[in-house]
Write a protein that binds this ligand. Structure first.
Ligand code: ATP
Ligand code: MG
Ligand code: MG
Ligand code: MG
Length: 439
């Protein structure tokens, strides 16, 4: 992409309404624009990162054997009356009337609709297990929308639902989700710690939230510092292997890590004092097992192997796809701007031409652009006729992992400058060498 043809409305001033760094940088880098309280347009740069995150979520869900699908954002109230949640959900639910005066709503989550789909088509245990998921816009009329995309009213969420014959099968689905979530967050350069949590309006007993530690997080968390040493890494996983998934579950949840809702002083105090930590965290996902809560209320039953009709065991599992942009920036930035982890960066490398219009500099930039593109990388070429300082500030703000700076003086010696955004280190190398390093 050439910056002269891109839409990157960078703000010089720090917007007064933004209280936390991720919100400030997303506005300043022209990634989002608020259209109403807690409702945002995603401008090209923000949308690009959103898509990268979405792609990782899709890939990891499908590796786990979960089927992508899509449900509507506007739903009829009838199903929600069956489960009892039309009344229970309260003011967070955006209720709408259509022209025939029918009660509709903008989906805050989709347990009812998916259960209705399931019960309409599945009648036998032979068609299970089944896990389907979607990535779709949700609306919750939050009392205090704030912090940009972190607590929006409209937000993008992955929500997955498992249907199993037995509790054991459903717990395997739970563990599978835990494993796939660990992998998902790590690919985004994030450490998200599973913590025992409270189930809230979804209902049920077993639930873990995934939290990214950050001072600006809205949750208070208590944990054994040893949990921060755990990483999933690139281990091989067979998602059908019940023991293996249970083993990962055990490994990542047996140390003390809880949100304030389930915090237990006595258990916490049993941890050696130097490992006892209290911190703030951002909730980037949550998994639930809630048994037959919805299947009983909505009569989602199947015939078991013994011929008897039984309600199915279910769970639901969410990832805050749009909130993740904020969480990643909170976890990875400096005073100049964002520092994107490689896995989600909107472009891989920025090319800064120090003397636009200089035949040699222009030619070298074009050649770099071509070789990087040929390698399947996405460069962002700042080909505007602007001063170097402004170009550097923009590149630092939008936080691409690499910057290649090209100017007539370096080219005389056959070199360009390659700078790492994370370390700030620069080296002078030949253009070919720069391409090799970035790839
Ligand atoms: P919170 O405690 O932050 O209100 P929640 O527990 O109500 O979140 P869930 O129902 O667990 O949310 O939804 C799954 C995920 O969707 C959350 O883990 C979070 O990452 C994301 N999410 C929830 N509400 C919002 C919101 N208002 N804006 C952006 N993302 C959200
Ligand atoms: Mg909430
Ligand atoms: Mg929560
Ligand atoms: Mg939650």
């Amino acid at each position: 992409m050439r910056l002269s043809r891109y839409f990157l409305p960078v703000l010089k001033e720090t917007p007064a309404e933004a209280q936390i760094v991720s919100h400030r940088y997303m506005l300043r880098a022209g990634m989002i624009k608020q259209s109403a309280a807690g409702i945002y347009s995603w401008l090209p740069l923000g949308y690009k990162v959103l898509q990268k995150i979405e792609k990782i979520v899709h890939e990891e869900q499908q590796k786990a054997g979960h089927l992508p699908m899509l449900m509507p954002t506007i739903q009829s109230a009838d199903l929600w009356r069956e489960s009892g949640r039309y009344d229970d959900y309260g003011e967070e639910m955006l209720r709408i009337k259509d022209r025939h005066d029918r009660d509709m709503l903008f989906t805050p989550t989709a347990e009812e609709l998916i259960t209705d789909i399931f019960r309409s088509h599945v009648t036998s245990y032979k068609d299970m297990p089944l896990t389907m998921y979607q990535i779709q816009w949700k609306f919750r009329d939050e009392r205090r929308p704030r912090f940009g995309v972190m607590r929006g009213r409209e937000f993008y969420m992955k929500d997955g639902y498992n249907f199993d014959l037995t509790k054991e099968d459903a717990l395997h689905a739970y563990n599978r989700h835990l494993v796939s979530y660990l992998r998902t967050y790590e690919r985004m350069g994030l450490q998200a710690i599973p913590m025992r949590a409270d189930s809230g309006p979804i209902g049920g007993d077993d639930t873990h939230e995934f939290l990214v530690l950050a001072d600006t997080g809205e949750s208070e968390v208590f944990y054994d510092s040893a949990v921060t040493d755990l990483t999933f890494g690139d281990r091989d996983i067979d998602y059908d292997n019940v023991e293996q998934c249970a083993g990962v579950m055990e490994e990542f949840t047996n140390l003390y890590a809880r949100t304030d809702e389930t915090h237990d002083e006595a258990l916490f105090n049993a941890i050696p004092e130097e490992r006892r930590k209290t911190a703030r965290g951002i909730e980037v996902g949550q998994i639930f097992y809630f048994g037959t809560k919805y299947s009983e209320a909505m009569n989602a039953v199947v015939q078991g192997p013994d011929g008897k009709q039984v309600p199915v065991h279910m769970g639901s599992h969410g990832i805050g796809v749009s909130r993740l942009l904020g969480a990643i920036i909170e976890a990875s930035h400096d005073d100049k701007g964002i520092i994107w982890p490689e896995g989600v960066t909107p472009f891989h490398v920025g090319i800064v031409n120090l003397k636009q219009g200089d035949e040699e500099a222009d030619g070298a930039c074009e050649a770099l652009y071509k070789s990087l593109t040929a390698l399947g990388l996405e460069p962002l070429y700042d080909d505007r006729n602007e001063r170097a300082g402004g170009k550097f500030a923009t590149m630092d703000l939008i936080g691409l992992p690499w910057r290649i700076t090209v100017g007539p003086r370096g080219l005389k010696n056959g070199v360009v400058e390659l700078t790492s955004r994370r370390t700030g280190e620069s080296v002078e190398v030949s253009p070919e060498e720069a391409v090799k390093k970035v790839a």
